[in-house]
Design a protein around this ligand. Structure first.
Ligand code: HQG
Length: 173
């Protein structure tokens, strides 16, 4: 199940073409088509993945005919993110290896559409651990917002913004 979920994330965020699928401009794929193109995937399995995924990565449309990833894309789709005033501080978990470069350039979105930020240190630490020894940056998000930067929150609670200049970053531990 976990490996199918990972594969779904690859298809719905990054490379739908590897199974010959197309996403629409809002990132939706047709459920029937997805099921027919991914080996060993049926509707019951898909429903279970959407319901139990630990980060709530996917959503069905109201009529359940379409499915999309809630965030994390590298391909340019508009998932109709909610634009919001952020809290005073958000967190970014990364690896120690990237610290010098981040202090110089700020946070870059790299291959994704946005820089991903977390609402709490625990989540940011898990994100950072994916890349190596974790390192947390505090982001002065409210200050950024007041300076005109836009913030979005995906429906699974991930905060997103296009770039965090170094002057809004503070090192945590
Ligand atoms: C780093 C996972 C050098 C950045 C997570 C990160 C998240 C820089 C890496 C979501 C840099 C990009 C996204 C700079 C940023 N110099 N390195 N100037 N600016 N970086 O995977 O934020 O499990 O694209 O710190 O939970 O790690 O996929 O982004 O380490 O929500 O659902 O460049 O992916 O969710 O890595 O993770 P990523 P991320 P899923």
């Amino acid at each position: 199940m976990k490996s199918t979920s990972k594969f779904l994330s690859l298809i719905l965020r990054h490379k739908p073409q590897i199974v010959g699928l197309e996403l629409d401009e809002h990132g939706w794929a047709e459920v029937d088509e997805l099921i027919s193109r991914v080996k060993n995937l049926d509707l019951a399995t898909l429903e279970q993945i959407v319901a139990t995924d630990e980060k709530q990565r996917y959503s069905f449309s109201a009529d359940k005919k379409l499915i999309r990833a809630n965030q994390g894309h590298s391909i340019p789709v508009d998932v109709e993110l909610e634009q919001l005033k952020p809290p005073e501080i958000l967190y970014h978990g990364t690896s120690e290896n990237f610290v010098a470069s981040i202090k110089l350039q700020g946070l870059l979105k790299k291959s994704r559409l946005y820089v991903h930020l977390s609402g709490d240190i625990e989540t940011a630490t898990k994100v950072g651990r994916r890349h190596g020894k974790p390192k947390i940056f505090l982001v002065e998000s409210l200050k950024m917002f007041n300076d005109g930067y836009k913030f979005f929150r995906s429906i699974n609670g991930v905060w997103l913004t296009e770039h965090v200049p170094a002057k809004y970053l503070k090192e945590s531990f």
